[in-house]
Design a protein around this ligand. Sequence first.
Ligand code: MTE
Length: 301
Amino acid sequence: MAYRWTNNLTRNDVTPERYFLNRRQVMAGAAAGIGLVGAGASAQAQDALEPNSWEDITEYNNFYEFGTDKSDPASYADALTIDPWSITIDGLVDRPGDYDFKDVMAEMTVEERIYRFRCVEAWSMVIPWNGFELADMLAMAGVQEQAKYVRFETLYRPDEMRGQRAGWIDWPYVEGLRLDEALHPLTIMATGIYDRPIPKQNGAPLRLVVPWKYGFKSIKSIVKITLTDEEPVNTWKALQASEYGFFANVNPEVDHPRWTQATERKIGGGLFSPRVPTLMFNGYEDEVASLYEGMDLRTHY
Ligand code: MTE
């Protein structure tokens, strides 16, 4: 296990080189005036990886299992028991079973990833996650050839998760990815923030992070992962398919039916901070656009 948050490396030491390269490329692109949608976007790209504060990240949350207000998760998530914790991995895998979280951690390499995080509600943050690549965890279980999708499930425990006593969502919360999205090196299981174990309101002990997709894909407090050959029905699509799709790729050109997705409000910028342009695939276009070649992103929203 490589718990890099327990040693004294600086953020620069642990961020993989490719993300520094990407940042340099973005800045070079901004200087040359290419590849970006305008001066505002250039400015955003340049400061985009300046992380939000611990308070921003842990006190303004969506985690409906604890309530619908942004402050509910921080107020009520303490009731959740996260030790012991195991994750069932089943479906089209060679080694199905219940994997103890500690045993998984013993096999994984934890590193820091500073990612933009863009909610479908049009607010955004920059979060310094600690985590490991989902691909490494799936390799533990051995993905079979017929698998095409990965389905994720959150814990169902209404006695600890007070929001689950309300029936407006068909609990447990479910999300899904295409297998190639799940295996992409940007896709991580986050287990920490700012070199500290991930707080319960952010999805302890492990949650998905898919930085080029709207935040609702990044399912929290995962207890089950199923490899399947059918597209999983995700919670928000099940609730309102005309507004929330399976792909949920950040796309400034495809508006939500009730609001624009062309711009976003950066959390922590103060009440009067101007909205900034949203970037295609949340700024990860170079890395992920090829996954969707030939697809109509308006119908596959
Ligand atoms: N996962 C579960 N289980 N339940 C939720 O309500 N909310 C999603 C996502 N994952 C949610 C969830 C939404 S809408 C967003 S924007 C992000 O979590 C918020 O993550 P954060 O609170 O860590 O910023």
